[in-house]
Structures are given as structure tokens and as C-alpha cells.
Design a protein around this ligand. Structure first.
Ligand SMILES: *Cc1c(COP(=O)(O)O)cnc(C)c1O
Length: 429
């Protein structure tokens, strides 16, 4: 671990020595209100646009313009199998076999499709276990599934809470709860990284204790994919879903991802909602009346995929492949560690970092709260050209992403933050 220093030269030296520094040039950085580049620390909400996306979209438009329906076969990236190479890139990123991943739909839709197959409540075992304060869409989706199956969310939804006075969950508490009550739990469906606190859960251990109790284990990886290394196959996770517009930079509302473990690849007895793109592709266009699902995750596809969204996703996932998730994570640990180090020098009364201190319990995001004036400080940041985000009731989320953020970004942010909160960054220790 590098020992950090608070001077500006340090950030410059770190950027000069950063083997991933050149990836920043592959992205459009939004402008600040006063001109110049903004300090963009919001890749956890919407990742920046890779410069290659425009050409990739233009290529699809051109193929559509010149080929019409023939583009399904003769486009530069033929549309018929367009999801396949993109899914393969995504599979690599989440530690999955190629057949275990498919890019399709939106995240919440995929969660529903997965619950349709994997939430099989019985009178004895009907509960779904989630983390405290989950992303609202997940809660809505889960509660509606519980009701759809004729159960009552008040009795079937279990939300794990941090200990009194703590902000984040204790892993041992999670394991202990599952160990003690697992026989009532039909499905564990937790986030990989908590959207509000930035806490990274130990998915491998949660999955292990869940399986030991006979639970089905699925994860929402919206804030984990492209942020932390994942090994979904090795961990044995039953299913997972994620969106691609946050850390994966695939554009607003772009196509989501879905993982189904290979042990379910040929389990055609699972209930599933079917559509023609999930039908065996060798006979799909015989247009027969009987649904024969494809093996693997593709068997859960419904519709033919959105080509423009896939084109953007392909460009971005290729950048992840070029950079390497391990390299990205190594830089990320440094970058976020540096942010934490600088913030601790700010000496701002009332500032708290609610994200865990241990790098193995967080991704790149730090969640900050101020005892007072949090919203006013956030507004001042915005005015000064910092793009991060505010989450009710009182949280400023700051996410330096290793693919395009620099140590200089983090240094500048700390200075602006210090000024906004009416303090000065102490130059020397
Ligand atoms: C961003 C996010 C969503 C958004 O859902 P969409 O279906 O993509 O609109 C859902 N869940 C979590 C945990 C998220 O972070």
C-alpha cells in the first residue's frame, strides 16, 4: 500500500505512474459550469460515454440504412447473434462461463424473470432475505413477487439491519441470521455493493451459508459489476442481475445483464416466462407452437435484443477487457484510499464516512454525511464543477472510478469539498 501525501505533487506523481491513465482519453468528460472539465465522480450513477460509442452507433445506423432487414445477417456485427459476443465480454467480467450470462432487458425486469424461476415459496419456506434499506426498485419488485405468490410481505420479507448505532451490516450477523433461520428462507436476494452506504458484501460467504441451509441465492450487482472482481460461477450463485449504465458506461437505460448458474442450464422443469428469443435458436425460425428453451442463460431471453444499446455496451465492455478487472481493482483501492486519506485531513466538524474503512468491504464509492448543511455543501460542489450525487436523507456519494478518474480528480475534489465546507485542506501533517 502506498503511503499517501497531502500535496498536489503527490497526485501528479501517482497519475504519471498509473498504467491505466491513458483510458481516461477514451471517454468524454462533461464540462464544468465555468468551462473546463468537470470533476466527475458519479460513475456509480451514470458512467461516462466512451468515445468509441458514437462510431459504433453510427455503424448500426448505416447498416440499417443500407441493408434494412438484411442487417440481421450482414451488418458489421450481424444483429441475429448480436447479444452473444457482448454477453461473452460480460461473462468474463463477472467470473462466469459464456453460457451463464445474457445481456437483455432492464435490471428490474431481469430480477422479476429470475424470481419467476427461482422464488418457489412453500408454506414452510417462503421468506426472502434482503439487506437494510435496499434500492427501492428491488423492494418493490420483491414485495410484488411475494404478493403474486399469495404471501404477505409483512411476514415473508426479512430485512437485515445493522447493529444499533452502526451504518453497515456486520457479516457475522448476516451469517448468524441465515444459520439460525435459513430453513424459513426461500431466497436470499442481496445487493453486491450497497447503493447508499457503498458496503461490499462478502458474496462468497453469504452464498455458502445460504446453500448450507438450502436457500436459493441471488444477487443484484448494480453497484458491484465493473466495480469489484466477481466470481459468480465459482461461488455457485444461483442467479444475478445488473444494469450496465452505472460502472459499465453503456449509456442511460442501456441493456442489462443476467447470470444463471450452469447447474440450471438444462433444468427445463423450472417455471419460466418464455419468449421466442429464449427458444432453441436452431429451430426458432421454424416458428413452431411449442417452446423449447435454449440451454443456459439465453433460455430466459424473451425478445430480440436492442441493437443500439448492445453496440454501446460492446464498446464499453471491450475497454474493461483491455484494462483488466484486476488492474482496475488495484487502482481503485488506491484511488479510494487516497480520497479517504485526504478527507480525514479536512478536519470538517460533523463529517462522517459511512462506507466501511476496510478496502475488502467496499468498492470505489465513499458515502459522506455532514451533521449539518449537507445539502448546501452539495449544492456548492455542483456550482464548483463537481459532479457527484445526493441521496436522501443526508448522503453525498462520491465514486472515483479507476477507468477514467485520476488522482488529480480526487485531489481537486478534496480541495473543493474543503472550501465548500468552509475549511482548508491542511497541506502538511
Ligand atoms: C440502479 C439500480 C436499479 C435500477 O433499476 P433499473 O431496472 O435499471 O431501472 C435497481 N436496483 C439497484 C440495486 C440499483 O442500484
Amino acid at each position: 500500500m502506498t503511503s499517501f501525501r497531502p500535496d498536489a505533487d503527490f497526485a501528479r506523481d501517482m497519475d504519471a505512474a498509473d498504467p491505466l491513465a491513458s483510458f481516461r482519453q477514451q471517454f468524454h468528460i462533461p464540462k464544468a459550469p465555468g468551462g473546463g472539465e468537470s470533476i466527475y465522480l458519479c460513475g456509480n450513477s451514470l458512467g461516462l460515454q466512451p468515445k468509441g460509442v458514437a462510431a459504433a452507433l453510427q455503424q448500426e445506423l448505416e447498416d440499417w440504412k443500407t441493408l434494412g432487414v438484411e442487417g440481421h445477417f450482414h451488418a458489421k456485427n450481424p444483429w441475429l447473434p448480436a447479444h452473444e459476443d457482448v454477453s461473452a465480454l460480460a461473462a468474463e467480467l463477472v467470473g462466469a462461463e459464456k453460457s451463464e450470462v445474457v445481456m437483455m432487458n432492464g435490471l428490474t425486469v431481469n430480477l422479476h424473470l429470475m424470481m419467476a424461476s427461482f422464488y418457489r415459496p412453500t408454506a414452510q419456506r417462503h421468506k426472502i432475505l434482503i439487506e437494510h434499506n435496499p434500492f427501492p426498485s428491488d423492494r418493490y419488485a420483491i414485495e410484488s413477487q411475494i404478493r403474486y405468490h399469495g404471501f404477505d410481505p409483512a411476514k415473508s420479507l426479512v430485512e437485515l439491519h445493522p447493529r444499533q448505532g452502526e451504518e453497515t451490516l456486520n457479516l457475522e450477523d448476516v451469517e448468524h441470521y441465515i444459520g439460525a433461520h435459513g430453513k424459513d428462507i426461500a431466497l436470499i436476494l442481496m445487493g453486491g455493493v450497497h447503493y447508499y452506504t457503498g458496503q461490499l458484501f462478502n458474496l462468497e460467504r453469504i452464498a455458502r451459508v445460504g446453500f448450507h441451509q438450502g436457500c436459493v441465492v441471488g444477487f443484484d450487482l448494480a453497484h458491484a459489476v465493473g466495480n469489484v472482481p466477481l466470481k459468480l460461477h465459482d461461488w455457485g450463485v444461483d442467479f444475478a442481475a445488473w444494469c450496465s449504465y452505472k460502472y459499465l458506461n453503456s449509456g442511460p437505460g442501456s441493456v442489462a445483464g443476467c447470470f444463471v448458474h450452469s447447474r440450471h442450464a438444462e433444468n427445463f422443469s423450472l417455471p419460466r416466462f418464455a419468449g421466442w428469443w429464449g427458444h432453441d435458436k436452431t429451430t426458432r425460425f421454424k416458428m413452431g407452437p411449442n417452446f423449447q428453451p435454449m440451454q443456459g442463460a439465453e433460455g430466459w431471453q424473451l425478445s430480440n435484443p436492442p441493437i443500439l444499446a448492445l453496440a454501446a455496451s460492446r464498446v464499453s465492455l471491450q475497454l474493461f477487457k483491455d484494462a483488466g478487472m484486476k488492474n482496475l481493482r488495484d487502482k481503485s483501492v488506491q484511488l479510494t484510499g487516497y480520497l479517504e486519506y485526504l478527507l480525514k485531513h479536512l478536519n470538517i466538524p460533523g463529517l462522517a464516512i459511512i462506507t466501511p474503512e476496510n478496502p475488502s468491504e467496499r468498492g470505489c464509492q465513499l458515502s459522506l454525511t455532514l451533521a449539518e448543511n449537507g445539502r448546501a455543501v452539495f449544492d456548492a460542489l455542483t456550482k464548483a464543477g463537481v459532479i457527484c450525487d445526493w441521496r436522501e436523507p443526508d448522503c453525498i456519494r462520491v465514486a472515483p472510478v479507476p477507468l477514467y478518474n485520476s488522482f488529480t480528480d480526487v485531489y481537486k475534489f478534496a480541495q473543493v469539498f474543503a472550501a465548500a465546507a468552509g475549511n482548508k485542506l491542511q497541506e502538511a501533517v
